[in-house]
Design a protein around this ligand. Structure first.
Ligand code: GTP
Length: 599
């Protein structure tokens, strides 16, 4: 195997700038070229029908390309960076698997927050960067302006830039030429102990967890015994190979190559992205850089609306977890909502995706409590508590120190919206770190903000005050001390655990008041007066009453026909079933849903 003819690369871009479209087009063109030159081996075997029941979920692929500039036949490995939108920085470390990247910029949009985040990542790894200006078929495309941005704002070499339309295929062959010309060949010692970096892994019902790897040193073959360097767990290799459109088994995978390993691993938790695979009988001494534990950052309680669904929910989360190492869950019980789970996610988007899948694919009706971050609370006995559930906040009289996670947020916006955005970040307790005027009338602002504020109505407001034009990216920077308090919501003097929240003292009054006002509209009147209170410790910060009234649902229907009356009664009966008892008060399930949804 000739390393000098291998190119390992990734495509990086801000969301929607055309990463997937470009990947598809590259593969398509490579296939056509190869059919024409008939020099290809890999792609020949691709045509062989091999029914294995494995669905390829990502855009990673190996393909051949005969370069026009030197007539050589190259093996190109396109490595897909995992698409977790939360925490680009943590996950995209799998860029370590390549020697170069295509940085795609939409010619109608210019540089956005994730363009920069991805660029910095590629630079950190010393990768060769080829700027790609995409969507030049659109009338609004401004290639000159984009070239200028690439030169001045990004500081990249515009001589290497290629302007393309991934949609029509215009100039995409020049991208392949640029890859073979400018991205360096991999280097690696095939005789050294094995070191293979996992850049992706996915679960297959038949084969178990399949690792996609880049081999840096050594060789891995079928029947080798491999060891995961982060956990020390060992597995027997049953197959190695490369992935074109299907997975093609090969003799071995050597230093510089990209391919897959199947080793009867039961769960993707054991094949973590960023981990290094070595051989059990000749282990490498040092793992490759790139391993960093992915930790859940946002937590919420998930409860089935129908109590009977608890087991189904448990099975469903466990199934999702098979393919998602970043998903965390443990049982939780709430007096108001019953039995459920505390689930940890990478971020809000991850949370939304997981919940949508649970509802859609597993047909579950769920109540999701307000998202929370993981606080650190030191009590007077010196113990540090990690609190990801507000209802388990320690007794305030025993608290010595309170800390919360902070993120660095990078926002790019047209200048017109700068004022609005600065107001928003200040309101969110942000500390300004940097403000840079970019070359195309946009501004980049960098702020330190508590993660808890970022997950509370930040993104939606950013989008609405900038008419959708601002983009953002964030990374965790660590914990800072903060004046946090827990707000209890009491219904008829009983605290409702599912509604407890932790916030900064400065925003506690407003948050408590909003909650009480909304709760007042959502709980129906009952035969007795119900006081609603928000309290911090023993101090009540907001109070409302729901006055007593016997509810007569049929009263509105005077003169109405009988069937309508019956329907209403029926509906009320159904609603009754879905009541949650809090002390002596019945709270409709819908009230919880409504309260928690808009948070
Ligand atoms: P995510 O997968 O969401 O991160 O987006 P992406 O960066 O992979 O972008 P994708 O390839 O899905 O393209 C986003 C949208 O832009 C799609 O609607 C594409 O059809 C469109 N698009 C991509 N390339 C071009 C192009 O060259 N010209 C035009 N007109 N549209 C394009």
């Amino acid at each position: 195997k000739d390393l000098s003819l291998i190119r390992n690369f990734s495509i990086i871009a801000h969301i929607d700038h055309g990463k997937s479209t470009l990947a598809d087009r590259l593969l398509e063109i490579a296939r056509v070229t190869d059919a024409r030159t008939k020099k290809d081996q890999i792609l020949d075997s691709m045509d062989i029908e091999r029914e294995r029941g494995i669905t390829i979920k990502s855009n990673s692929a190996t393909f051949r390309y005969t370069a026009a500039h030197d007539g050589q036949s190259y093996i190109l490995n396109l490595i897909d960076t995992p698409g977790h939108v939360d925490f680009t920085y943590e996950v995209s470390r799998s860029l370590t698997a390549c020697e170069g990247v295509l940085l795609v910029v939409d010619a109608t949009q210019g540089v956005e927050a994730q363009t920069l985040a991805n660029l910095y990542l590629a630079m950190e790894q010393n990768l060769e960067i080829i700027p790609i200006i995409n969507k030049i078929d659109l009338p609004a495309a401004d290639i000159d302006r984009c070239m200028q941005l690439i030169d001045k704002t990004l500081g990249l070499d515009i001589d290497r830039a290629v302007a393309v339309s991934a949609k029509t295929g215009l100039n995409v062959d020049q991208v392949l030429e640029a890859i073979t010309k400018f991205i360096p060949a991999p280097s690696g010692d095939p005789n050294a102990p094995l070191r293979a970096l996992i850049h992706d892994s996915f679960y297959d019902t038949y084969a178990g967890a399949i690792m996609k790897v880049r081999v840096f040193d050594g060789v891995v073959r079928k029947q080798d015994r491999i060891r995961m360097m982060s956990t020390g767990k060992e597995f027997g290799v049953t197959e190695v190979g490369i992935q074109t459109i299907q997975m093609i088994p090969t003799e071995d995978l050597q230093a510089g190559e990209v391919g897959y390993i199947i080793a009867g691993v039961k769960s993707v938790e054991d094949t973590r992205v960023g981990d290094t695979v070595t051989l059990a009988n000749r282990p490498a001494t040092e793992a490759l850089p790139g391993y960093r534990d992915i930790k859940p950052m946002v937590f919420s309680g998930l409860f089935p609306i129908l109590g009977d669904d608890y087991e189904n929910l448990k099975d469903a989360i466990a199934k999702l977890k098979l393919n998602d190492a970043a998903l965390f869950f443990e049982p939780e019980s709430s007096t108001a909502l019953g039995f459920g789970f505390r689930v940890g996610y990478l971020g809000l988007l991850h949370m939304e995706i997981v919940q949508e899948r649970l509802e859609r694919e597993f047909h579950l009706d769920l109540i999701n409590t307000a998202p929370s971050v993981k606080y650190r609370v030191t009590t007077t006995d010196g113990v540090v508590h990690e609190v990801s559930n507000p209802s388990s906040w320690p007794d305030p009289t025993r608290i010595l120190k309170k800390e919360e996670p902070y993120v660095r947020v990078n926002i790019i916006t047209p200048q017109d919206y700068l004022g609005n955005i600065l107001t928003l970040v200040q309101e969110k307790r942000g500390e300004q770190q940097n403000l840079i005027y970019l070359d195309d009338g946009k501004v980049q602002v960098v702020y330190l903000i508590p993660l808890a504020e970022l997950i509370f109505e930040f993104y939606d407001r950013l989008k609405s005050i900038s008419r959708g034009y601002a983009s953002m990216d964030y990374e965790l920077v660590g914990y800072q001390e903060s004046d946090l308090v827990k707000i209890d919501i009491l219904v008829n003097a009983e605290p409702v655990d599912a509604l407890a929240m932790v916030t900064h003292r400065a925003t506690a009054d407003a948050r408590g008041r909003t909650m009480i006002e909304r709760l007042k509209d959502l709980i129906p009147r009952q035969q007795f007066l119900i006081p609603l209170q928000a309290a911090v410790g023993s101090k009540v910060i907001a109070r409302e009453n729901i006055s007593a009234l016997r509810k007569n649902v049929t009263a509105k229907c005077y003169g109405g026909d009988i069937s309508r009356k019956r329907k209403l009664l029926e509906k009320q009966k159904e609603g009754k079933k879905r009541m949650k008892q809090v002390g002596s008060v019945e709270i409709p399930q819908d009230a919880f849903l409504a309260l928690l949804k808009s948070d």
